[in-house]
Design a binder for this molecule. Structure first.
Ligand code: FES
Length: 280
């Protein structure tokens, strides 16, 4: 319940990207007051105003950090964006620490007519790091799809990828059993990697379907998609594909999905794969 709130599910929008505007805006405002104090030293309250803008910014940064941390713990362990998210988190902690030091230094200078060099340089470094961290945050959303479309799916997405090897490398066609597929619940998915090929296995209407994991539009993870009838909807920009045929049923994707047959052989569920899939 609390986690759902912190992930922004009631608002249908992630909370962290909404809240980060406040500390970013306030830290920039504080920097502008600093610059103004250098240009107009006769205006007595600019250094004080800068201090309070920074203090409010630091408080809002801590508030925004809570849903940000919840989003971070939700990233699956093999997600390509996990390292970027860790760098973003560490950078933000450094920024808050830096502003904490800056506030401590400034607290005894509130009646100065102009900002002194030390706290001004600390602010300048803080602003540069803030830009770098904001860039990483943008990459997490636009390149890695973190925080995009998470509120749409009822079943939890798979947390890890199952790695399987091709049993007889070099054979014309091989059958790869996927034991975990037998335990799937209705509309649940698995993410499976076999010989470098990543696919989604989904159970719909008591039947198993296998199709390529990454959407043909911008590579959204379809194992985290939502199902409507026999359609899987990409969590990033809502393209839909019929999992029986791979056909696009709704854009922006234009290219059909590659699908694989799921078969039962000798009591085992699995997929037959052509020769080009190499053994790992
Ligand atoms: S990545 Fe854009 S719709 Fe799937």
């Amino acid at each position: 319940m609390v986690k759902d709130f912190l992930e922004g599910k009631p608002l249908r929008h992630p909370l962290h990207p909404m809240l980060v505007h406040f500390p970013i805006g306030l830290f920039f405002l504080s920097f502008l007051f600093d610059l103004a104090s250098l240009v107009f030293p006769s205006q007595m309250y600019l250094v004080r105003d800068s201090f309070y803008a920074m203090l409010l910014g630091a408080i809002m940064a801590l508030v925004a950090a809570v849903p940000g941390f919840v989003d971070y713990t939700d990233i699956r362990s093999d997600h390509p964006g996990e390292r970027t998210a860790t760098a973003h988190l560490i950078l933000n902690l450094i920024i808050v620490g830096l502003y904490g030091i800056n506030l401590g230094v400034r607290s005894s200078m509130l009646s100065d007519p102009r900002i002194r060099t030390g706290p001004f340089v600390l602010s300048l470094v803080g602003i540069c790091l803030l830009c770098a961290s904001g860039y990483l945050g943008g990459r997490l959303v636009y390149d890695d799809g973190i925080g995009v479309g998470r509120h749409k799916r009822h079943m939890p997405p798979p947390r890890d990828t199952i790695h399987l090897t091709v049993p007889i490398p070099g054979a014309d066609s091989v059958f790869v059993p996927i034991m975990a597929a037998q335990q799937l619940r209705e509309r649940e998915t698995l993410r499976v990697e076999i010989g470098g090929q990543i696919m989604t296995i989904a159970k719909i209407d008591n039947q198993l379907f296998a199709f390529q994991e990454f959407c043909t539009h911008r590579f959204g993870p379809l194992s985290e998609g939502k199902f409507e009838g026999f359609n899987v909807q990409c969590p990033w920009h809502n393209s839909c594909f019929d999992v029986r045929t791979g056909k696009v049923t709704n854009g922006p994707a234009k290219v059909d999905l590659k699908i694989l047959k799921v078969e039962m052989r000798e009591g085992k569920v699995g997929v037959p794969l052509p020769r080009q899939i190499k053994s790992t």
